[in-house]
Write a protein that binds this ligand. Structure first.
Ligand SMILES: NC(=O)c1ccc[n+]([C@@H]2O[C@H](COP(=O)([O-])OP(=O)(O)OC[C@H]3O[C@@H](n4cnc5c(N)ncnc54)[C@H](O)[C@@H]3O)[C@@H](O)[C@H]2O)c1
Length: 264
């Protein structure tokens, strides 16, 4: 799909990868870029730069997502591309001694932001897209959704669930000409990455948000399901499926090394 002349929504657009997506879509000639973020001042600042519009939105709340969709379509026209990009890095602790954690909080918040946000976008847009016979979702997930995030069970689990939902969205609606891509980088130089301890996510080098956004645009133009800004991830996925037990052992060694380094 070409974004030129299209209406695009980006959640988590105030910063990081989301801001870079807004800028790249604007440069590619999108008719309107809608920046939706829990941080309204940040969303307005990015919207001003891309001649777009800003909405305050907590993506974990269905009413907020529905409001963004309804108001965008009422004010600007049909949404061609909806990017569920907002994410949170909570629950990261390489020293945790129980993968189940100690409370539900990081799990329920990550579930709301990383999974239900994508479900709500589909729930309220698929009927509109089906009626129009076209539409596109870009879901920013992570290589952690295909592999794992050492030190963060809640992040890994919810990002895996997001991959599961995106696959099902693509399968369910291919016949309706609705497309879906998942954007799965490793480390990207943003506030989120800087807020967690340095780890294997940076092993192949951190990319800039702009590099990741450019790859996302290319992937959308080519209608590729999996967009891997770090191409090494494909090799890791192959290794995982070739020999799951060896892969778990390798990841456990990384976990042990992180425990040792962070314990010091
Ligand atoms: N930075 C990385 O290394 C990396 C790697 C892989 C995947 N990702 C994913 O990329 C996405 C963007 O991350 P980033 O690194 O740009 O992070 P970031 O912290 O720089 O930006 C995240 C943006 O999302 C917004 N946000 C957070 N919770 C929200 C909510 N409930 N509702 C609406 N907006 C909300 C924040 O206000 C912020 O503007 C996330 O889904 C993240 O999991 C990041």
């Amino acid at each position: 799909m070409q974004v030129t002349g299209k209406i695009v929504v980006v959640t988590g657009g105030a910063k990081g990868i989301g801001r870079a997506l807004c800028e790249v879509f604007h440069r590619a000639g999108a008719a309107k870029v809608v920046v939706a973020d829990i941080d309204p001042a940040g969303a307005r600042a990015v919207a001003a730069k891309v001649d777009g519009a800003a909405f305050k939105c907590d993506v974990g709340k269905e009413t907020d997502i529905r409001h963004v969709i309804e108001e965008t379509e009422r004010q600007f026209g049909p949404i061609a591309l909806f990017c569920s990009n907002a994410g949170i890095g909570g629950g990261f602790d390489p020293l945790a001694d129980n993968a189940g954690g100690t409370s539900d909080e990081p799990w329920s918040r990550s579930w709301a932001v990383h999974v239900m946000a994508h479900v709500y976008a589909a729930r309220h847009l698929v009927p509109r897209m089906r009626a129009r016979g076209e539409g596109y979702f870009l879901n920013t997930i992570s290589a952690a959704g295909l592999l794992s995030q050492v030190g963060s069970p809640a992040y890994s689990t919810t990002k895996h669930a997001a991959v599961g939902f995106a696959e099902n969205l693509a399968i369910s609606h291919k016949a309706h000409d609705i497309r879906d891509s998942i954007l799965c980088p490793q480390g990207v130089d943003t506030d989120m990455l800087r807020s967690i301890p340095r780890g294997p996510q940076s092993g192949d080098g951190d990319l800039t948000p702009e590099q990741v956004a450019n790859d996302a645009l290319k992937g959308i133009e080519q209608e590729t399901f999996v967009i891997l800004p770090h191409p090494q991830v494909l090799g890791y996925m192959r290794k995982k499926t070739e020999n799951y037990d060896r892969w778990i052992s390798g990841m456990a060694k990384i976990q042990a090394k992180m425990r040792e380094d962070f314990g010091k």
